[in-house]
Design a protein around this ligand. Structure first.
Ligand code: AMP
Length: 464
């Protein structure tokens, strides 16, 4: 038989699925698909480090569809996602991939929609359930959802679900699924909590890690020749010229980080230093503020930034060039995640030209040289971040979930959902990013109101 199914042809997929893949234009598997699908389709448990844009959804979608019996009207696959937006996207991808099969019913169960409507849809029978842990728990508690026929459990963006305080819900939901099942865990990062979760839920998992193959033009790399004494001026003019909402500035030494941070702060930039000596609590605050887009520039060494994962980073600045070409690749690869584009701006003085050439040789491509934009007039205010971060002094130990915080801000306090950014739940507090203009008022309203029936203490983290 002629194999016209491209790179998916060697996998144990039904002919109708192979046809669907071709119709969708999925001709070659992405890295995570090439590595993950053979194991997932063989029924193995999987831990995959993969971010949005990697093609990870198709890995678990094809696995759960392969395990599905349409004639059985019961939930056979359950996909847990951190947010409603992701759940909607995942459901759409599953439906797309299932279109060659007859009558696969996919249902989305997330908050924000009356439970009653979902209950009646469930009563009509769904094969695949996609939803957020909070709402799935609500249905389990009411008895409107049964998981005893689930043969595939997927945890998508598991790190974010941990961040959002869903760990207890995930544990209870997994316990409600049969022990005999396939479990697939996807996570962009590997914080310690993921290992614990994996040890609890997965059996002899296969581990894979797939870097997203970015389009070559996804990262706009530019190099600027500077004189050592003008290096900080150059950083300031680039930040003012390109106005990235979030920029990570790499220095080779701790001392350089400190000097640059002080210099940028003096010029009025919103900047923080991520240094190795911060304790866990301080580091958590710095990261929450930066990833919540309430600080524009984070200055760090390679060591201090290890394990850092920021979803949307518009720019990386190499304040110094690293002598190690791999470090360069690693630094610039932090921007342009999740299918977006990014800037990588590198400063070099005459002594560092050889390092730039070495990087170019190592990567077999040039880093285009540009002239520095003019330094902005001193009266021009530096760009301000769009958000500010509030800290609520109650956290996971008080059983607060992201939905409770969102509910307090959109319900009693009356703010539109769009004005609220990233919410991170830690053991003893919650960080929530809100539009800068409403920050002080939101602190007041939350301090006066209640979350989950309890009064809470809230403060605004510094504006610097
Ligand atoms: P994901 O990382 O799962 O969100 O997928 C990112 C995008 O890539 C989605 O729009 C998919 O439809 C698309 N995609 C996934 N796999 C492939 C493939 N093998 N070839 C082309 N596009 C794909």
């Amino acid at each position: 038989m002629q194999d016209n199914s491209g790179g998916f042809g060697g996998l144990p997929l039904k002919p109708s699925t192979l046809r669907t893949l071709i119709q969708l234009g999925y001709l070659e598997p992405t890295a995570v698909q090439a590595e993950g699908l053979p194991h997932a389709l063989a029924g193995k448990d999987l831990i995959a480090q993969a971010e949005t844009g990697s093609g990870k959804t198709a890995v678990f979608a094809l696995a759960l569809l392969a395990n599905l019996n349409q004639r059985r009207f019961a939930a056979q696959s359950l996909v847990l996602c951190p947010t409603r937006e992701l759940a909607d996207q995942v459901a759409a991808e599953i439906r797309r991939l299932a279109r060659g099969d007859e009558n696969v019913k996919v249902i989305v169960l997330c908050g924000g929609v009356p439970l009653r409507n979902q209950t009646s849809s469930l009563a009509h029978g769904a094969h695949v359930v996609v939803g957020t842990p909070g709402r799935i728990m609500d249905h389990l508690e009411r008895g409107s959802l049964r998981l005893d026929a689930v043969n595939t459990l997927v945890l998508d963006e598991a790190d974010r679900m941990l961040d959002m305080g869903f760990v207890d819900d995930m544990i209870r939901i997994a316990a409600a699924c049969p022990a005999e099942r396939q479990t697939l865990l996807f996570s962009a990062t590997y914080p310690e909590g993921i290992e614990k979760l994996a040890a609890r839920f997965l059996k002899n998992p296969v581990r894979i890690s797939a870097e997203v193959r970015r389009r070559d033009d996804a990262i706009d790399e530019r190099a600027y020749e500077v004189r050592e004494e003008n290096r900080f001026d150059a950083v300031a003019s680039l930040l003012t010229h390109f106005r990235p909402e979030s920029a990570l500035a790499f220095c080779n030494t701790r001392l350089r980080c400190r000097d640059l941070t002080e210099d940028l702060r003096r010029r009025g930039f919103s900047v923080l230093e991520l240094q190795g000596e911060l304790d866990q609590w301080e580091r958590e605050q710095v990261l929450a503020r930066f990833s919540g887009r309430s600080v524009g520039v984070l200055v760090a060494t390679d060591v201090a930034s290890r394990g850092l994962d920021i979803e949307r980073l518009e720019a990386v600045v190499n304040v110094d060039i690293s002598p190690d070409p791999e470090v360069y690749t690693h630094r610039v690869g932090r921007t342009a995640r999740a299918g977006e584009t990014g800037l990588a701006l590198s400063l070099f003085d005459a002594g560092e030209l050889a390092l730039i050439k070495r990087i170019e040789g190592y990567r077999s491509r040039e880093i285009p040289r540009f002239d520095l934009p003019a330094l902005p007039p001193t009266e021009t205010p530096p760009p301000m971040p769009p958000m500010a971060t509030l800290q609520i002094l109650s956290g996971r130990k008080d059983k607060i979930r992201a939905g409770d915080v969102l509910g307090a801000l959109t319900g009693d306090a009356g703010y539109a959902k769009e004005r609220i950014g990233r919410i991170k739940i830690s053991e003893s507090c919650v960080y929530v990013a809100v539009e800068r203009a409403m920050a002080e008022e939101a602190v007041r309203k939350l301090n006066e109101g209640r979350i989950k029936g309890k009064s809470v203490r809230v403060r605004l983290l510094g504006y610097s």
